[in-house]
Design a protein around this ligand. Structure first.
Ligand code: 5GP
Length: 185
């Protein structure tokens, strides 16, 4: 794992290694497999940030009858949440009576997640669960608690493994945190 990296003039340091990610993704996948074995789950992946997590998670869950679809919200620019929720784009899958697992990169204030849960509940799935790679419980403005969490972290801006800074750094296999904020996880 490299030491420091610079993106758009900001310095980031290693935070969660690819090995730790693999381990926790595997744990979460096991929990989903346990809860949904015998079902035909629909994994509803929220682009762009979840694309790498989703690819690893869904393969690791290993339920061959699953469906995978992709939706998108964009309410985030630079390093601060705008708090605005935009519209859901791209949902063509029929969800009524289905077992749906939302796959997200990160839950920060929880506004995006709560809004998505409300929206999808109106589509009357049989069950609705929420899996996230990262959760910042201290940032919640909604009290929303995801069903599956790979890592709970303190409120810090992170990039890598799908997560970006202004569109960059999604390709990094490890997760990095902005340099000024490197105390305990
Ligand atoms: P929320 O609605 O929970 O406040 O925000 C969720 C969205 O904010 C995530 O899907 C992600 O796009 C963005 N976000 C929140 N925290 C971070 C972070 O630390 N790094 C990056 N790259 N994006 C974040």
């Amino acid at each position: 794992m490299e030491k420091e990296i610079t993106i758009n003039g900001l310095t980031f340091v290693p935070y969660i290694s690819r090995d730790e990610i693999r381990e926790q993704v595997s744990r979460v996948a096991g929990e989903i497999r346990r809860d949904l074995s015998g079902c035909e789950p629909v994994f509803l992946c929220v682009l762009n940030g979840s694309f790498i997590f989703a690819a690893d998670l869904i393969r690791e869950v290993g339920i061959d009858d699953c469906h995978v679809c992709f939706v998108r919200y964009s309410s985030y620019e630079g390093m601060n949440s705008s708090g605005k929720i935009k519209q859901l784009i791209g949902l063509t899958e029929e969800l009524e009576g289905k077992d749906v697992v939302i796959v997200e990169d990160i839950v920060d204030t929880g506004l995006t997640a709560s809004n998505l849960m409300d929206d999808l509940r109106r589509r009357r799935p049989r069950s609705l669960r929420f899996a996230t790679l990262l959760h910042k419980p201290e940032c919640t403005k909604t009290g929303f608690i995801p069903d599956y969490v790979a890592f709970s972290i303190h409120p810090r801006f992170i990039v890598g493994y799908g997560l970006d800074l202004d569109g960059k750094a999604r390709n990094l296999p490890d997760i990095y945190v902005i340099k000024e904020e490197t105390e305990d996880r």
